[in-house]
Design a protein around this ligand. Structure first.
Ligand SMILES: Cc1cc2nc3c(=O)[nH]c(=O)nc-3n(C[C@H](O)[C@H](O)[C@H](O)COP(=O)(O)OP(=O)(O)OC[C@H]3O[C@@H](n4cnc5c(N)ncnc54)[C@H](O)[C@@H]3O)c2cc1C
Length: 566
């Protein structure tokens, strides 16, 4: 069978891509490993899973009707509600009929003579398509560390990112949680309520800020819905792709008393916007030290046992690793049945039939929960056989780190697009916005290629090199690039260390994508040259032409290369 496009993945990215391809009158087939839509929200069903960008903003913006008819119940919606939303979108836009569930794409090989992709799946499908769109997700390849003795363990071992659909009753169980990243921080307070004992194995302490999650009141929802496009526009103008109060002043210009008041106010607002307390927190180590110390003090004030409080206190740059957002995380360590084990110097040795062994000591458990995260950004690509021109595999091409042009495409792999690929703002921004902007750009690009009668489009190696250099140059300005995090692949042994997301801020990135498109796909080559010299149509991308929020991204800040990213 031949389609105009094959889309891999049916999370928010794959679903919206399918919707756009349909609107363009193209034939498309979507393949999805899971047996339902929703991606992240289909797989991550661990207790306490919820978004940490406010729901009113962590949602599609392409349909005003959808915005009006869907009502979020909480400031940060729980996973089941986000999954219901994904299902609602699939039904409302009649997406399912073009999606093949329970079907993993195993290989995608570019046929140079036909200028098409040949795609094969775990179910034996063999299809061809001019365009192949990887909507495989940045955080979709679960990282299951190969602990010795894992098969000897008497009880179940779960990964938070592949949590059983029927749920897990942990009542009265002795539970071991390995990892203290975002999923652990969300789930631990809830697991602690059920478990008879809970042992948490921590390699690196993480900063987390209280969510202060709450039911959304009708008046607030109505006020947003009265001008939803207004909120979306304000969000797009922000480096993060979501809107919240941001103070551009320098932390170091304030007196200690002023800083204290500012941090306290921001803490009380909670969540990721805490990093918006000052404009220089991610650029100036001295400024960052002030917020880091404030956060550490909060830990000491909350956790009764000074040794545990010390262990929970990160000593790295605040916000360097993905900031976590929690409900009752630190306080849980005051519970007598909760124990924190430091595995920074003596890692988990092995599992035995009875539990987890560290430094020769067995911590008994009935259930092990691996909250060990994902092979971020490139993991799902690595798990497929993707072959471009001249038989080059993507894995070979990316062996020293992922190279892309704009995070949308990579040289030597014509007509292969990636939604929120490495080198785009992706995980540093509100991802639903990042996804929509990428999909809209791809839709206009595909329409243009077909209009001018070309078969292929791909970036030149030079434009890719220049973009990768720019991504690295901007990353080096931010303190974010200074620590071992999954942004640089540090959680996966052997993975090359490259700062993968684009840190220059969402609107600056969007402007660049817009310019590339209107400049006749500058940096790309097509097999048939467009002689018309007409500016390509911007049917989908037009809605991304928004001015920068000059309150936050002032020209002076840009000139000083100090674009405040959160
Ligand atoms: C617990 C958690 C909380 C998060 N919270 C937020 C948040 O608050 N704000 C935010 O902006 N982002 C958040 N994210 C990031 C989140 O991943 C994105 O917001 C968004 O859901 C990604 O959508 P996607 O469609 O790009 O990818 P995904 O949702 O990851 O979907 C990709 C899909 O591709 C499928 N797939 C992969 N490989 C193949 C293959 N070879 N064949 C077939 N199918 C394949 C996968 O099964 C998956 O269903 C969170 C992530 C996690 C894990």
């Amino acid at each position: 069978m031949t389609f105009d496009a094959v889309v891999v993945g049916a999370g928010f990215a794959g679903m919206y891509m399918l919707h756009c391809l349909r609107q363009m009158g193209l034939s498309a087939r979507v393949y999805e490993t899971g047996d339902g839509v929703g991606g992240t929200w289909y797989w991550n069903r661990y207790p306490g899973a919820r978004c940490d960008v406010e729901s009113m903003q962590y949602s599609y913006s392409f349909s005003q009707e959808l915005d009006q008819e869907w009502t979020w119940s909480e400031k940060y919606a729980p996973q089941p509600e986000i999954l219901s939303y994904a299902n609602h979108v699939a039904d409302r836009f009649d997406l399912r009929k073009d999606i093949r569930f329970n079907t993993k794409v195993t290989s995608a090989v570019f046929d140079e003579s036909a200028g098409e992709w040949q795609v094969e799946t775990s179910q034996g499908d063999q299809v061809r398509a001019q365009f192949c769109i990887m909507a495989v997700g940045c955080l979709s390849a679960a990282n299951r560390p190969p602990f010795d003795g894992i098969d000897d363990f008497n009880g179940p071992v779960y990964h938070t990112g592949e949590w059983p659909h029927e749920g897990v009753d942990l009542t009265g169980k002795r539970v071991a949680v390995i990892g203290t990243g975002s999923s652990a921080i969300q789930s631990i307070p809830i697991i602690a309520k059920q478990a008879s004992s809970l042992t948490v194995f921590q390699r690196t302490a993480n900063y987390t800020v209280p969510a202060w999650n709450a039911k959304l009141d009708d008046e607030y929802v109505a006020s947003i819905k009265a001008d939803y496009p207004g909120l979306r526009a304000k969000a797009r103008a922000r480096p993060t792709g979501f809107y919240f109060p941001f103070n551009t002043n320098s932390a170091l210009a304030a007196t200690p008393e002023e800083r204290e008041a500012q941090y306290e106010e921001s803490w009380q607002r909670g969540g990721l916007p805490f990093l918006g307390a000052y404009g220089d927190l991610l650029f100036d180590k001295e400024a960052n030290d002030t917020i880091a110390e404030f956060a550490r003090r909060k830990i000491r004030e909350t956790v009764n046992d000074p040794v545990t409080a010390e262990l929970l206190s990160p000593d790295n740059v605040f916000g360097c690793k993905r900031l976590c957002v929690d409900t009752g995380y630190y306080a849980v360590y005051n519970e007598p049945h909760v124990t924190l084990v430091d595995v920074s110097k003596t890692p988990v040795e092995r599992l035995t039939e009875n539990g987890v062994v560290v430094d020769g000591k067995t911590y008994e458990a009935d259930v092990v929960v691996c909250a060990t995260g994902f092979a971020a950004m490139t993991g799902s690509f690595d798990r497929m056989h993707i072959v471009g021109r001249d038989g080059l595999t993507l894995k070979e091409k990316w062996a020293a780190g992922p190279g892309t042009y704009l995070g949308l495409s990579t040289a030597g792999f014509p007509n292969l697009f990636m939604v929120t690929g490495p080198g785009s703002p992706s995980v540093l921004a509100n991802m639903v916005q990042s996804i929509e902007q990428h999909v809209d750009w791809m839709a206009d690009c595909i329409a243009h290629i077909r209009k001018v009668g070309a078969q292929t489009i791909e970036p030149t190696p030079e434009s890719e090199k220049e973009w990768v250099e720019h991504v690295n140059e901007v990353a080096a300005i931010s303190l974010r690039s200074t620590c071992s995090s999954w942004y640089v692949g540090a959680n996966i042994p052997g993975k090359p260390r490259v700062f993968m997301p684009y840190i220059g801020g969402f609107p600056i990135y969007v402007n660049r994508c817009n310019d590339v498109l209107t400049n006749h796909f500058e940096g790309f080559v097509t097999d048939v040259k467009d002689e018309s010299n007409e500016i390509p149509e911007v049917r989908f991308t037009d809605r991304w032409r928004v001015p920068l929020d000059l309150e936050v991204i002032s020209p002076a800040a840009i000139a000083a290369k100090k674009v405040p990213v959160v």
